[in-house]
Design a binder for this molecule. Structure first.
Ligand code: 5GP
Ligand code: MN
Length: 341
């Protein structure tokens, strides 16, 4: 039915794992986005429908824009309830790792998950999986973990347990990882999946509004301020946006306020890639990059900022003051000219 087909033997093994266990933990990457939360919550609903004792645990809380997502309120976040998260991980027979390719992406949960004797099943779409698990379903060509999970569930015969709520979770993940189906969205399977989800009763127009129309005043002002000061490095086809810790404070920044900011410079035809440096704390600069076409920002993030990601969306960190982060960036940018077309 779908162009993408998972190895039926692998799907079957996951089903056997689930059948044989009772306590299941689902987790996703730190600072969870729509795809991480959408896939996690959707799987949670299905496992509960299968009679399992399942819990979604995360390193930190869901952003405000995703609080509406069905199931999000039942997530146990380590920043709020560290002891419970550790107990759940220790008692789990099976752990689903969704939407990450490296155990460090679960941040403070890395140790607990690595040490847990539970079997691990990874379902992910990031490049170069470096994560251990009894089963690793890694399909970087699929635009979201949520779409991949849907195909998995369809092959497993689980989609009949999908409800309007769990369908909304899958849809939200697919939508947010493709910019509302404006990039990485030429896979015909996506539209077959959407057809199924709509038949489960989702209101896709309303889901878009729920995710997108949640800006705070601080977000609108910070986004404007940052764009006003953007630097364009014209010979290198790069744009750089920066926000210092003091500026964030002054604007009353709260987490999620700069979501999507790094994408904005790409709307200029002369810009091939965009970099956003955000000083989250002293000597702790979050690096976010986006690009167009073949130009790989995950390479830059891997080689210089201890991170990674996808060809067109990647991130990492710089441990040092913001001006030093900028200095390093300006030094390395010319070395990537050779990859510009
Ligand atoms: P964002 O810029 O939205 O924070 O992240 C975009 C993508 O880059 C994420 O989906 C993730 O794949 C990757 N990414 C972001 N930060 C990091 C990081 O610190 N380490 C790694 N390995 N990947 C990251
Ligand atoms: Mn994803």
């Amino acid at each position: 039915r779908f162009l993408t087909e998972l190895d039926p033997a692998v799907v079957d093994r996951v089903k056997q794992f689930v059948l044989a266990t009772r306590n299941i933990v689902i987790t996703c990457h730190v600072s969870p986005d729509g795809d991480a939360l959408g896939s996690s919550c959707a799987l949670w609903f299905i496992l509960k429908a299968l009679g399992k004792n399942a819990t979604v645990v995360t390193a930190d809380c869901a952003p405000r824009s995703l609080q509406f997502l069905p199931g999000v309120r039942e997530i146990v976040a380590a920043t709020r309830n560290g002891d419970r998260v550790h107990d759940l991980i220790a008692d789990a027979d099976l752990i689903f790792c969704l939407d990450f390719n490296d155990i460090t992406r679960v941040d403070r949960l890395s140790d607990a998950i690595s040490k847990s004797p539970a079997k691990k099943v990874v379902i992910d779409h990031h490049l170069d999986p470096r994560i251990e698990g009894e089963i690793v379903i890694s399909r970087p060509e699929i635009s979201s973990t949520s779409a991949l999970l849907y195909i998995f569930m369809w092959q497993a015969g689980w989609t009949r347990h999908l409800t309007r709520n769990s369908a909304a979770c899958i849809y939200t993940g697919m939508m947010t990882d493709t910019g509302n189906f404006s990039y990485n969205s030429n896979d015909p399977d996506l539209y077959l999946i959407i057809h199924d989800l709509m038949r489960k009763g989702i209101d896709k127009d309303n889901l878009y509004k729920l995710v997108m129309n949640t800006s705070s005043e601080s977000r609108i002002r910070i986004m404007g301020f940052a764009q006003y000061r953007m630097q364009i490095l014209q010979p290198h086809r790069a744009a750089v946006i920066m926000l210092s810790e003091d500026e964030l404070k002054e604007f009353g920044y709260s987490k999620g306020d700069t979501e999507g900011l790094v994408n904005i410079p790409l709307s200029m035809p002369e810009v091939t890639y965009s970099v956003f440096l955000r000083e989250d704390a002293k000597n702790c600069v979050k690096v976010s990059m986006r690009s167009k076409g073949e130009f790989s920002v995950s390479r830059i993030c891997e080689e210089h900022f201890g991170g990674g990601g996808h060809t067109n969306a990647a991130g990492g960190e710089f441990n040092g003051p913001l001006d030093k982060a900028l200095q390093k960036l300006l030094e390395i940018i010319p070395t990537y000219d050779k990859y510009l077309q």
